[in-house]
Design a protein around this ligand. Sequence first.
Ligand code: CTP
Length: 419
Amino acid sequence: MKDRVPLPVRSLLRETGQLADRRRVRVYATGGFVRDLLIGIPNLDLDLAVEGNGIRFAKALAQRYQARVTTHDRFGTATVTLADGPTFDVATARTESYDSPAALPTVRRSSIEEDLRRRDFTINTLAIRLNTPHFGELVDHHGGRRDLKDKAIRVLHGLSFIDDPTRVFRAIRLEQRLGFQLDRNTAVLMKEAVNMKICHRLSPSRLSAEFLHVLSEREPVKTLARLADFNLLPLIHPQLKWSPGLARLLNAVEKAIQWHAGLSLGPLASPWVVYGMACMEALPQPAVQETLARLTLPGRQTQSMLWVAQEGARLLRTLNRTVKPSETFRALCTLPEETLIFLMATTRSKQTKQKITDMVTTYRKVKPVLTGHDLQTMGLEPGPLYNRLLKRLFDARLNGEVETKADECRLVNRLAKRR
Ligand code: CTP
């Protein structure tokens, strides 16, 4: 831990252990945090498991750091968000039993051993003790460390995917993200589960959450390709198939996102939407509507995906015809950044690419020098005319028709006289 966890986080963990000592509960760091720590990937999503009442402990932790806490009573879990630090997901150590496949489990309080046994893959069953005399000791009951070394994704038992089909998606995400391989038996079990159509039992909201996780991976293209290997894309829509065209488009999207990142305009709010748009492009119109109506993806982004599917091609034709920068600006100004990036990825036209580049890098920063206040000083009566004049000034700036304040004043006088 010493070399790999930043000092402030290490102190935080030590203090968490001391708080647990005082409250006479045992507390462990678990899950993705420990896995990533051991393979040297920075991960500040701290998962804690408490042998005792996790929610009560989370509240004490939140009080100690004057942090925000959200509780999920049904699952005995809570999230503690520190003002300038990491997020703690605190869980009561628990067993889960599945009343029916693909349903949410019934939860019972238990020991850390049992809690680790219910988990998806061996590499996620590692825990680190945080209580004082044992601070930093690794708990490894299921060969997690060995599998980390062997880069293997291995389930703990034969019914793992049947109990929880979301693990099929989790296995593929982890495999692709970490560059690991499914252990042979795990791959067989996964294929069997897929052939039994076990994933079809997932509710639309659970399926949507998994699809969103896949699209939000750092490298979603290879993750989607792997989903296709396991014939999982038709879960999104029966007509969604992997094809050279879809692969090309997804790669073009990846490049367009990299291009955008290189412009240093700040991080893109939802890069996943652009990949989502590419997947929808592979479907006929009615299928896009069906898919987006069934999935429960965030609303604003769903609207963008629907808009692109319906209007994207027409917009590209319009863009082909624009001559003046102001025309390009009007065609693009209401679109979210993600949509512009998708259009960049789909168009083959060099001119259109340049127009989108100009929009993203330049046009949005353009501003006339004159303001409403200046128009007033020039003796113009305030009213709807101001809007028209300022818009005309803006267009003139974009089109390079005015360069100086004096140019703008001349234009305003000319337009005002013409009225
Ligand atoms: N888990 C599980 N089965 C699931 C979901 C989660 O067994 N369907 C377990 C895993 O052991 C996981 C832990 O719960 O490590 C916490 O879940 P989550 O925070 O979703 O996973 P992380 O591994 O922390 O995050 P990620 O995989 O995205 O890195």
